[in-house]
Design a protein around this ligand. Sequence first.
Ligand code: IPM
Ligand code: MN
Length: 346
Amino acid sequence: SRSINLAVIPGDGIGQEVVAEGLKVLSAVLPQDVKLETKEYDFGAKRYHATGETLTDADLEQLKGHDAILLGAIGDPSVPSGVLERGFLLKLRFAFDHHVNLRPSKLLPGVATPLAGQPQIDFVVVREGTEGPYTGNGGTIRKGTAHEIATEVSVNTAYGVERVVRDAFERAQARPRKKLTLVHKNNVLTFAGHLWTNVFTKVAEEYPEVTTDYLHVDAATIFLVTDPGRFDVIVTDNLFGDIITDLAAAVSGGIGVAASGNINPSREFPSMFEPVHGSAPDIAGQGKADPTATVLSVALLLRHLGYESEADRIDTAVAADLTERAGKPARSTSEIGDALAVRVAG
Ligand code: IPM
Ligand code: MN
């Protein structure tokens, strides 16, 4: 019989609250014959303060044994900036080779957008997750002086670029519009830009049905606001992807509904699914956080593990819930989770 052995990392702040709702919906959507096993891990600010650890080799060994990871949010103002980001989140993405950072944006009916009218927004960003300026390849000399020099070298390998570009072509091929846009800045970042452009052009020959397009990242930010309907699948590097997916979330319902997957398509290591939002310490513990982004991340998790119809049921339930929300008083985190659990079960 089928089973899912899930690592659960609630983390800090609202991470605890939204993950509880994500699990509630996951349990409700799974058929009887699928055995769900969960193991909770205490990573985050508390553990860091108690032990000085963020993510040890022994932790990684344990995490490796799971089918997938569900993460709430890691980060707290009491921990210096960068410590948990590098020591936990990026360490995990790199250790498990999460090279496809998948971030869908869909503006669902009834959901508010700052854009004029109700534009058609339905695209997915395939953000490279293990290279670019995120590798920690840099340094500082003459630190703290007026002559300090800091470098942060963007690493781009033909292997790393080709595998993520291929993944994006596969996703574009599988979607009705079959369109893929490469976003980069090859007029200025000529070394990395040419590698990306050349690989993209070469792989495109194998996907004659996919329409391709190129945009500089600055121009892409304009179109994400003025004409988001032009996008279907976007592939881009780690840092550009970080920035444009926040913009994408902002125009398509906000971070309350923005889901993501840190995916290792080969399944050599478990993939990790998390809402795009952070730990929001300002509203933590008040039941105010919207668990929808986490619930949609659970749908991505299910799809990754091959539970297509269950993932679809979650997406449908979320769409219905969002439609019903308009004009009604705000519900608490657990009320939204309860409503979604009822919908996916029914
Ligand atoms: C994200 C976050 C992370 C990133 C930070 C917290 C390291 O902004 O998941 O988008 O830059 O990737
Ligand atoms: Mn980000």
